[in-house]
Ligand binder design. Structure first.
Ligand SMILES: [Zn+2]
Length: 161
């Protein structure tokens, strides 16, 4: 398993999606909450060169996701994934699992990047295993600081390695 950065499969954004086309952007975000999200995004960006699929992503807080849903990857934004997250749902999940908000936020973003990778690699996101597979990206990164082996293999194939 390689921890060498890959070239990006999608070096540039190929869409002009805007969250307000499909979501209600959360307007009641405090400065602290906005800063927390920016810090989390910075931390998550460390994983991107190891994936070598998209160079960057955009994340924002929205309201009105189904109850219990912490985040959504916006289908079709794979060249530069857009990820809508629910501040409230993440706060509830963090309390429920007794983890810090920043950990819960970063895990959510990485899980959703897993769904973006599934789209990039042509993996069926409706399959029963899709959720577990997306979650494995997040779990391995947090618990071991590596790309989950099943993802490392898929990515190596995608990069022709
Ligand atoms: Zn998911």
């Amino acid at each position: 398993m390689s921890n060498t950065p890959y070239d990006y499969l999608y070096p540039e954004r190929g869409h002009d999606f805007s969250f307000d086309w499909e979501y209600t952007v959360d307007e009641r975000v405090t400065q602290d909450q906005a800063e927390l999200l920016r810090t989390c995004e910075e931390n998550v960006r460390e994983i991107l060169p190891l994936l070598g699929v998209f160079r960057d992503f955009t994340c924002t807080y929205v309201t009105g996701l189904r109850r219990g849903i912490v985040g959504c990857y916006v289908d079709g934004t794979v060249s530069h994934p857009y990820i809508a997250i629910s501040r409230r749902a993440i706060e509830r999940a963090a309390a429920e699992y007794d983890v810090d908000i920043d950990v819960a936020t970063e895990s959510t973003i990485i899980h959703e990047l897993g769904h973006a990778l599934q789209e990039a690699l042509g993996i069926d996101r409706e399959s029963p295993e899709a959720e577990e597979q997306a979650e494995s990206l997040s779990l391995f990164w947090y618990n071991h600081g590596i790309i989950a082996p099943e993802w490392a293999n898929l990515l190596a194939l995608a990069h022709g390695k």
